[in-house]
Design a protein around this ligand. Structure first.
Ligand code: ISJ
Length: 111
């Protein structure tokens, strides 16, 4: 972020047919609902993983469990393929989340 004054972005749909703009708005409402659901689901997942992190710290278990991760990645790739979602993307997404969870578990173990 800078302190420079910003000009608002132009409406990229200006001049586009009204029916097209209405369809875009409707699709974006669905996207906004899905994004909200994703945020809420991720929040619940992190609540559960925080509890796992505390349990592991109390019982001196390591923050990461590579065997469990391998099983999850295999399962998620299969689910993704069945849902016509790119399995490579699904794996990257899960790995991104797991890396954050492991960071949390390391922090809990240090605390
Ligand atoms: C949550 C756990 O800790 C880590 C994070 C995982 C996850 O986010 O799904 C899976 C395995 C572990 O590396 C766990 O062991 O179940």
């Amino acid at each position: 972020m800078t302190d420079q004054p910003t000009t608002p972005d132009a409406d990229v749909t200006e001049g586009t047919d009204d029916a097209v703009r209405a369809e875009l708005t409707s699709l974006r409402e669905s996207i906004d609902n899905i994004d909200a659901a994703v945020v809420h689901m991720l929040a619940e997942r992190f609540k559960a993983t925080q509890r796992v992190g505390r349990l592991k710290a109390e019982h001196k278990l390591p923050p990461a469990d590579p065997a469990r991760e391998r099983d999850q990645i295999k399962r998620l790739r299969e689910l993704a393929a069945g849902a016509k979602l790119d399995p490579v993307f699904a794996e990257k997404f899960l790995n991104f989340i797991i890396a954050e969870v492991i960071r949390h578990h390391e922090a809990i173990a240090r605390a």
